[in-house]
Design a protein around this ligand. Structure first.
Ligand code: TSX
Ligand code: MN
Length: 622
């Protein structure tokens, strides 16, 4: 076996001589003896290493180099058509006891799963290079950060990890001789027979497993090279494993964006917000205030994950554990998100987008009229009338966060940023008002636990059906989701001054199917009310479900009269809709019955009583 990246004579047969972490060396040696790679490469995270790997990916046909004049230092990858998204039905939480994974996670006994996976990993890296990828989630050295080491046989994963995490020698050095790390074992599950040519996107068509061992804090992933299945720092470590760390260590690992709002007076507030997929989370994280908000600034700390813990002053502080954005490309445009478009000007890896004749990229929604000719995400010729999508609906960009024009100056503050408000949103054409503030922390946890979103064409299930997605964490909670609710209730009791909790819905419609709210940058009008509530600067109206803004407390300057007229409808509570809603809450609660916090049962009952005491249609007073 050949070992690369060894400066000077090696003192150890299995690792470079700067690696002084005995447990790490032992684990790497064990994995190598199981998976039998041809070579081991310890990643240093340098630009030279990144460039060399990208060149090798181009030479091997995985990457296509984009036109350097249009999209400098950027690449297009086309995945196997059977490896295009996270595989939730193949994702497991292997806690010792089934009850601890809860009814919303797949479970298998750890020993049984390890036996199965050991069989699959046996010899699975033959003919390939095994990369050892040390990475930090969060600024290196921050008390909120955690270190992982991913072993992978995919160079695509290595270069993606360098964008998405702080990867390489600095993370390894931070580990020292005995620092804690999460071992993340990954293989595409397709050994390369000697003399055989590799395919451009190796993966295993028959066996895919995304497996978490929460008690020993380990991750094993087999068979997929795509996104959250393969870039193990993100959903696997920073959400599923970190959520169990947070439960045990009194912090929160959340599926939340973090943004900053600065008023013209220079007062700064930070908000963390959770949305299920297809709600425009990245767009909201990079919001540009409309002209009526001269002097107001919105800045981006993160677009997907927040790690949050109480600071010494009893206020919650949050970091974005990631180093880049791995965003859905379709729908991203200069209309919907100029900051994202500017972020993507260079140094990007695009996966499953379309290729233009001049070597640039395109996806549905990027421009109003599609180019007349493209190469689609599967490498086929494409024209606007061919009846197929040019980009896969889950096509992605991978890009350094540092390139984002709205990036917050504090985004790498190792102490995190102070959180004033939590926002929870869903895509609901009825029932849920544009904005409501919870009466209390407990009430806010209830609202977040019962949040739901209507399925869109991009997702599985019937279009328009409401799916419960508590805290937008349903696929990402590493333990029993009812215990997670209880952890949130417990955290609130420890805070001197807990953030206020709000629910938002940008997607409510008229009965004839038109959006009641213009959304996008205009969401700043809602965000301003949120911030002013947190500062105690603006009043609210008590509704049956929470505090609401009267129309007079919202900034309307610059919007057509019709939007203000629609506001009342966007805020209205229909008793019949809410009765149906509460029945769906009950359905969720029964599923989680044995561990459901008692507070929720009582809160639901009080909601029902309040709605019955109120009118059939509750409207904001004029
Ligand atoms: O991202 C969105 N946001 C959040 C932005 C900060 N989208 C895009 C869809 C999700 C992937 C939205 N779509 C938002 C929104 O707030 N709102 C809507 C719905 C909508 C769509 C089109 C219009 C208005 C609202 N067009 C006109 O009013 C002309
Ligand atoms: Mn996400």
């Amino acid at each position: 076996m050949h070992i690369e990246n060894i400066p000077g004579p090696s003192t150890d047969a299995d690792s470079p001589n700067h690696v002084r972490h005995a447990q790490l060396k032992r684990w790497v040696a064990e994995v190598a003896s199981l998976t039998r790679p041809d070579r081991i490469h310890w990643c240093d995270g340098s630009k030279a290493e990144y460039d060399a790997l990208c060149d090798a990916l181009v030479a091997g046909g995985t990457f296509l180099r984009l036109n350097a004049a249009k999209r400098p230092a950027s690449f297009l990858a086309r995945s196997d058509p059977g490896d295009v998204a996270r595989v939730e039905d193949r994702t497991y939480i292997c806690s010792a006891r089934r009850e601890d994974a809860g009814p919303t996670n797949n479970w298998m006994a750890p020993d049984q799963m390890k036996a199965t996976l050991t069989g699959l990993f046996d010899g699975c890296m033959r003919g390939r290079t095994m990369y050892v990828v040390p990475f930090s989630m969060g600024p290196i050295g921050s008390p909120l950060s955690r270190i992982g080491v991913q072993i992978t046989d995919s160079a695509y994963v290595v270069v993606s990890m360098r964008i998405m995490t702080r990867m390489g020698r600095a993370a390894l050095d931070a580990l020292g001789t005995d620092g804690e790390f999460v071992p993340c074992l990954h293989s595409v599950g397709m050994p390369l027979e000697t003399g055989k040519k590799d395919v451009s996107w190796p993966c295993n068509p028959d066996h895919k497993y995304i497996v978490h061992f929460p008690e020993e804090r380990a991750i094993w992933s087999f068979g997929s090279g795509y996104g959250g299945n393969a870039l193990l720092g993100k959903k696997c470590l920073a959400l599923r494993i970190a959520s169990t760390m947070g439960r045990d260590q009194d912090w929160l690992a959340e599926h939340m964006l973090i943004l900053g709002v600065e008023s013209p007076e220079g007062e700064k507030s930070y908000v963390a917000a959770a949305f299920p997929s297809a709600c425009g989370k990245t767009n909201f994280a990079m919001l540009i205030p409309p002209p009526a908000f001269a002097g107001w600034k919105v800045t981006t700390v993160g677009d997907d994950i927040a790690w949050i813990r109480p600071g010494p002053d009893g206020q919650l502080r949050a970091i974005n554990p990631e180093y880049g954005f791995f965003g859905v490309a379709p729908g991203t445009s200069y209309q919907s998100n100029p900051n994202a478009m500017d972020t993507l000007r260079a140094n990007c890896i695009f996966t499953n987008v379309a290729l233009t004749p001049d070597g640039d990229v395109w996806w549905e929604g990027m421009t109003e009229t599609p180019p007349p000719k493209l190469i689609d995400w599967q490498g086929q010729e494409w024209t606007p009338d061919c009846g197929r999508k040019a980009a896969h609906p889950n096509a992605r960009f991978t890009v350094p966060a540092s390139q984002c024009p709205s990036l917050d100056p504090e985004w790498e503050n190792p102490a995190g940023v102070p959180i004033s408000a939590f926002l929870f949103g869903g895509r609901r054409s009825t029932t849920m008002p544009l904005i409501v503030e919870s009466f209390s922390w407990t009430d806010g946890v209830y609202l977040a636990a019962t949040m739901g979103s209507e399925t869109t064409a991009a997702a599985v299930g019937k279009v328009g059906e409401v799916r419960r997605d508590p805290f937008a964490m349903l696929p990402f909670c590493g333990y029993h989701i009812a215990d997670y609710f209880d952890h949130w209730l417990t955290m609130g009791r420890k805070l001197a001054n807990p953030p206020r909790v709000f629910c938002v819905n940008w997607f409510r419609k008229t009965s004839d199917g038109r959006f009641l709210w213009p959304g996008y940058g205009e969401n700043m009008r809602v965000l301003k009310w949120v911030i002013e509530r947190c500062r105690g600067k603006t009043p609210a109206v008590e509704s049956p479900i929470g505090w609401m803004p009267s129309a007079s407390t919202i900034e309307w300057d610059g919007l057509p009269e019709a939007v203000q007229e629609a506001f009342s409808d966007a805020m209205m509570l229909h008793r019949d809709e809410w009765v149906r809603e509460l029945l769906l809450h009950e359905e969720l609660f029964i599923r989680l019955y044995d561990r459901l916090p008692k507070e929720f049962v009582l809160r639901r009952e009080l909601l029902l009583a309040s709605l019955w005491r109120g009118p059939e249609r509750w409207a904001l007073p004029n």
